[in-house]
Design a protein around this ligand. Structure first.
Ligand code: ATP
Length: 253
């Protein structure tokens, strides 16, 4: 692969107690591309995604071996700061989870706790982040209304804006459309493609059409292993492994 690698895992293994959830995963995530992780329920997609920004640290029973490199530096190195990692590698979850605050405060929250106090600067960050998440036009006249008054799709784009506001390089998305209707889903998919101009996006999805439509690269996982990783067109048109072919043609799942 001749793309520039932003995140790389090397022989990554993860256990939840005795459960061996990730087995020898070595993968290179290309910069400024959308990578989709697909595979049947329980195969380890979300676990792999969470390893990329140390969210699994929050699960007491989890233990890892191997390496996860971000721009060549091991994020599990004793000196690495998990909070700084999560600023650079942001995450958007399955269910939109805005704070019970107004729209403006949801986006301003991250920059504020990182010390941005100047109102003009915060205004600019809020506007740019909402534009980046394709939400500005819909909310610019109601910035001080509760975030929870937005539709589900708007709330998810607000969560994306909140992630953008702290200046990430990578955005991890764990089934970001699973709680949304088809129109809201299409908007998020368009946004994902657009975000890859400025960011690297990794998305976990159950929806193979979504992976085919919105991603440049696809990893197929099965029982904790990464079976195949390649350009999305290759995975869907000419997979190298029979297991991948059986999955994408719907023979199991
Ligand atoms: N906090 C946890 N404690 C114990 N086991 C867990 C935990 N989280 C996940 N697992 C187990 O690890 C395995 C991988 O789970 P993971 O959620 O990563 O899979 P997934 O492919 O994302 O599944 P799904 O598509 O259903 O969300 C599963 O067997 C799951 O039961």
């Amino acid at each position: 692969m001749d793309e520039f690698t932003v995140i790389e895992t090397r022989d990554l293994n993860l256990w939840y107690g005795k459960k061996h959830a990730l087995i020898d995963i070595s993968v290179k995530i290309p910069k400024n591309r959308v990578t989709a992780l697909i595979g049947p329920s329980g195969c380890g997609k979300s676990t792999l995604l969470r390893c990329c920004n140390r969210m699994n640290d929050l699960i007491d029973s989890s233990r890892i071996t191997g390496n996860v490199l971000f721009n060549g530096e091991d994020i599990y190195d004793g000196h690495a700061d998990a909070y700084a990692v999560r600023e650079k590698i942001g995450m958007v979850f399955q269910k939109p989870n805005p704070f019970p605050k107004n729209i403006y405060e949801n986006v301003a929250y991250g920059p504020r706790i990182h010390g941005v106090g100047d109102k003009r600067k915060l205004d600019r960050i809020v506007e740019e982040s909402l534009k980046g998440a394709a939400l500005w036009d819909e909310v610019k006249d109601r910035l001080y209304e509760p975030a929870l008054s937005l539709s589900g799709g708007q709330q998810q784009r607000l969560c994306i804006a909140r992630t953008l506001a702290v200046g990430p390089e990578v955005i991890l998305m764990d089934e970001p459309c699973s709680a949304l209707d088809p129109i809201a889903t299409a908007k998020i998919e368009d946004l994902i493609i657009r975000l890859a101009r400025d960011y690297t996006v990794v998305i976990v999805t159950h929806n193979m059409q979504q992976a085919a439509r919105a991603s440049d690269y696809t990893g197929f996982m099965y029982l904790g292993r990464l079976v195949e990783f390649d350009k999305t067109t290759k995975i869907f048109e000419d997979p190298g492994e029979e297991l991948t072919e059986n999955y994408i043609t719907g023979r199991f799942g």
